[in-house]
Design a protein around this ligand. Structure first.
Ligand code: BES
Ligand code: ZN
Ligand code: ZN
Length: 516
């Protein structure tokens, strides 16, 4: 799909369908709805008066126009978006996703989208482009019959009277973000056989080459040298070698101060989690191909960062491994030594995510990270606590946590903080080693984070448990079922906010320097 923008009149657009926002309880007696209603011979008024269209979020009314009534398009889609005062880029993104999916289903090829968003036109167009691209993703890559073959060829985002250049910039930004979210979803959706740690490392190398990032991939020999006993213990049962994938984005004019404040994203990359010797039950085990979603999220975000070129450096670290049983596999009761020097008693080989992350966090610190955000499909318990609506966030730096929550809100991704009091650490005390890798039945998501916290000393750290939100069991009007790409947009927003506050700081520092 090609995303175009237009600052011209919606009437003049050469498109098959026009899609337009309707706010909650809105009437068709003024503004654009009135104009469209006149062009459509009164059908909009009738849909509203009959209460078929109330402007509720996600509501759709689809109309064929007998004659154009002065419109280029012969079809009209009205989409409810809820309250006007809550209408932000996140809602525009969902609106565009709904529009793209709905009209693709009607075999429409060209769409004009009237978002009716006020304020920053660049942001609005970016949200619309991103939302439409995300909306059109389908997880049916390996289907050979009844595949979704229909495509939208052209989407024109219309903002009458807006600055053309701003619209173009927005469309480009939205394209980069939307495609990167879909990149993450594609990786998460790949069967384990096609997405081994080596495959994941290859994907990372590809994006590094295509978009310009530094890349390094540690093989198991180098992991041995670094003393990464926790990560290596997870891959021991597998024929596939583990890989520790490092991507680094450095802006053209990076200052020493930027490096001192280095932000790192670390993502769990278990390309298949069978549980290992503590084998999982067979039911739904196929889903454990998505246990590398945290890693895919980091790769997707780095892919976008390389193109968006923010003014701060960003590090991405992905420990990739399979977790399989075999005669060589780590056994419950074994003790391993992590890179940090801490010894870990393995109680359950299915609690492997925290093991690979612990060494990855240490390595991120070794590479100079000062702020670390890790993300992982870490615990089944998080789905019990928060379902598929909120992603759990925990950590040691409240300011950083708040920053993530706010960034998430700005892009329409919800995070809910769980507590991480020091008392929880008692649950992971081991009788024979420093710590153990499970903390009992109570507070599973928290004790998993308490484990990670043992390796995050000396840095500002937060952790996202995306096990409940990374996979959608049902399709939404704006998104297919399957991998959701959760958190990619939030990571990008965090980077954008950090870059902005850094440049604000430099601006306020300058006058002082000049005065001296
Ligand atoms: N990858 C799983 C967590 C998971 C479960 C993700 C369901 C997505 C959906 C993780 O490695 C795991 O198995 N965790 C165990 C930990 C337990 C053994 C302490 C769990 O949550 O049951
Ligand atoms: Zn597991
Ligand atoms: Zn796992």
């Amino acid at each position: 799909m090609e995303v175009q923008t237009s600052a011209g009149r919606y009437r003049d657009q050469d498109v098959q369908a026009l899609a337009v926002t309707v706010f909650k309880d809105e009437k068709a007696d003024e503004g654009i709805l009135k104009e469209l209603d006149e062009a459509a011979g009164g059908v909009i008024k009738s849909a509203i008066e009959s209460e078929e269209l109330k402007g509720k979020e996600g509501e759709t009314v689809y109309i064929h126009l007998a004659s154009g009534g002065g419109l280029g398009a012969r079809r009209l889609l009205l989409v409810g978006v809820g309250e006007r005062e809550n209408y932000q880029p996140a809602q525009v993104s969902q609106l565009a996703g709904t529009v793209a999916r709905f009209l693709r289903g009607k075999n429409v090829k060209t769409i004009g989208l009237i978002t009716r968003a006020e304020g920053d036109a660049e942001k609005m167009v970016a949200a619309a482009a991103e939302g439409a691209i995300i909306g059109l993703f389908e997880p049916d890559k390996y289907r050979t019959v009844e595949r979704e073959e229909r495509t939208i060829e052209r989407l024109v985002v219309i903002a009458e009277g807006a600055d053309e250049e701003a619209l173009k910039r927005g469309a480009e930004k939205g394209r980069i973000i939307g495609e990167s979210v879909n990149f993450t979803r594609d990786l998460a959706n790949e069967p384990g056989a096609y997405m081994t740690p080596t495959d994941m490392a290859d994907r990372a190398r590809n994006i590094a080459e295509e978009f310009g990032l530094n890349v390094d991939v540690l093989d198991e020999a180098r992991m041995e040298q670094e003393g990464m006993g926790a990560l290596l213990s997870v891959s021991r049962g597998s024929e596939e070698d583990a890989k520790l994938i490092i991507l680094k984005y450095t802006p053209r004019e990076a200052s020493a101060q930027d490096e001192e404040n280095l932000l790192a994203f670390v993502g769990k990359g278990i390309t298949f989690d069978s549980g290992g010797i503590s084998l999982k039950p067979g039911e739904n085990m196929e889903l454990m191909k998505y246990d590398m979603t945290g890693g895919a999220t980091v790769l997707g975000a780095m892919r976008a960062i390389a193109q968006l070129k923010p003014s701060i450096p960003v590090l991405g670290v992905v420990p990739a491994s399979e977790n399989l049983p075999s005669g060589k596999a780590t056994k419950p009761g074994d003790v391993v030594k992590a890179m940090s020097g801490k010894t870990i008693e393995i109680i359950n080989t299915d609690a492997e995510g925290r093991l690979v992350l612990s060494d990855a966090i240490c390595y991120a610190k070794k590479l100079g990270a000062k702020r670390i955000l890790d993300m992982a499909t870490l615990t089944g318990a998080v789905s019990i606590a928060l379902g598929d609506v909120n992603t759990a966030i925990l950590g040691t730096d409240q300011e950083f946590i708040d920053e993530v929550i706010v960034a998430g809100r700005e892009v329409g991704e919800k995070f809910w903080q769980l507590p991480l009091d020091k008392e929880y650490t008692k649950q992971i005390k081991s009788d024979i080693a420093d710590i153990k890798n499970v903390g009992g039945r109570k507070a599973g998501t928290i004790t998993a984070a308490a484990f990670l916290k043992e390796f995050a000393d000396g840095v500002s750290w937060a952790h996202l448990d995306i096990a409940g939100t990374a996979w959608g069991d049902d399709a939404k009007p704006y998104r297919a079922k399957g991998p959701t790409g959760i958190a990619v947009r939030t990571l990008l927003q965090i980077v954008e906010r950090a870059a902005r506050s850094q440049s604000d700081e430099q601006k306020t520092e300058k006058p002082v320097a000049n005065a001296s």
